[in-house]
Ligand binder design. Structure first.
Ligand SMILES: [Zn+2]
Length: 122
C-alpha cells in the first residue's frame, strides 16, 4: 500500500520519539532518513502451521538513509504506527470497509494480548 506524504511524516515523528541520541546513520553519519512509500507484509506462522484461510503477516516499513542507502526494516506493530497506516489507507480509499473492520478487530486483539502479556509479566 502506498503511503501519503502526511503519513510518512507522522511515522518519522513516532520514530523520532523513540530514538536514542545520537541517532545518525551508523555507516555514513548522516541524520537524514526517509520512509519508503510502500509497506512490506512478511508472512508469519504460529508454530510450524500456516493456515491458507487465515494467513498472518507482520507489517514492516522501510526507513532509508538518504545519503548512503542503509535501510532498516521496522515492525509497524512494535513501533505503534498501525493506526496511522489504517487511517491513511481508509482516507485515500485504499482499504475497503470490510478490510478496515478486519484490521481494526486485529488491532484490538493485538492490544488485548499485549495488555495480557504485560499484566502477566508483573
Ligand atoms: Zn548513511
Amino acid at each position: 500500500m502506498p503511503l501519503s506524504d502526511e503519513a510518512q511524516d507522522q511515522i518519522i515523528d513516532r520514530l523520532r520519539a523513540k530514538r536514542s541520541e545520537p541517532d545518525n546513520c551508523p555507516i555514513c553519519g548522516s541524520d537524514t532518513f526517509s520512509v519508503a512509500d510502500l509497506l512490506f507484509n512478511t508472512p508469519m506462522a504460529e508454530g510450524i502451521v500456516q493456515t491458507v484461510a487465515m494467513p498472518m503477516y507482520a507489517t514492516h516499513i522501510l526507513v532509508t538513509c538518504t545519503n548512503c542507502g542503509l535501510t532498516h526494516m521496522i515492525n509497524a506493530n512494535v513501533l505503534g504506527i498501525m493506526d496511522i497506516l489504517l487511517e491513511d489507507g481508509v482516507a485515500r480509499g485504499l482499504i475497503p470497509p470490510p478490510m478496515e473492520a478486519t484490521i481494526r478487530a486485529d488491532l484490538e486483539l493485538r492490544a488485548a494480548r499485549l495488555e495480557e502479556a504485560e499484566s502477566e509479566a508483573g
